[in-house]
Design a binder for this molecule. Structure first.
Ligand SMILES: Nc1ncnc2c1ncn2[C@@H]1O[C@H](COP(=O)(O)OP(=O)(O)OP(=O)(O)O)[C@@H](O)[C@H]1O
Ligand SMILES: [Mg+2]
Length: 148
């Protein structure tokens, strides 16, 4: 069963990210879907805060993947933030990025990742963000999915 929440403000979206991060472990994959401006990067900012990473989260659009080291807090986990829009649907390109971060040591969050990166893990947390017309309100739906 998917969980669902109404998110009236960007702060609510970031707070959901922090909550989701509490259940994430190194090696986990998170796939974010939703239209332009739906709040995928805002949610990632909350996840990053929850994981305790260094550096400011911004849209990875022009660099494909941004790596954030785990900060000094005990239990902090590194984050790799990917924009799959730029991966162009090439399933193996994430490996080819040759990141400094070992993906097993980080949480990997992929914007626009639906149908592109699921094969990289035996399960992933899928988060769908919807936008109400002429309103700031977003609706998030999320669940752990194992592709068959
Ligand atoms: N309830 C809300 N949740 C998330 N963002 C909101 C909300 N209300 C307003 N916003 C605003 O909407 C924008 C969301 O932008 P964000 O970059 O997170 O979207 P995105 O899905 O990553 O877009 P893109 O597809 O371009 O990467 C921000 O400017 C944010 O302040
Ligand atoms: Mg974004």
């Amino acid at each position: 069963m998917a969980d669902q929440r109404i998110l009236p403000t960007v702060e609510d979206t970031e707070a959901l990210g922090r909550e989701l991060a509490a259940d994430l472990r190194a090696g986990d994959l998170v796939v974010l879907d939703g239209p332009l401006g739906a709040g995928k990067t805002a949610l990632t900012r909350g996840i990053a805060a929850g994981l305790g990473v260094e550096g400011r989260v911004s849209s990875p659009t022009f660099i494909i993947a941004r790596q954030h080291r785990a900060g000094p807090r005990p239990g902090a986990i590194a984050l790799v933030h990917v924009d799959a829009y730029r991966l162009g649907g090439d399933l193996d390109e994430l490996d080819a990025l040759d990141l400094d971060t070992d993906l097993d040591d980080a949480v990997v969050v992929v914007e626009w990742g639906l149908g592109v990166v699921e094969h990289l893990a035996d399960r992933h947390l899928r988060v769908l963000l919807r936008r109400e017309p002429e309103s700031d309100t977003r609706t998030a739906t999320w669940e752990w999915v194992s592709p068959t």
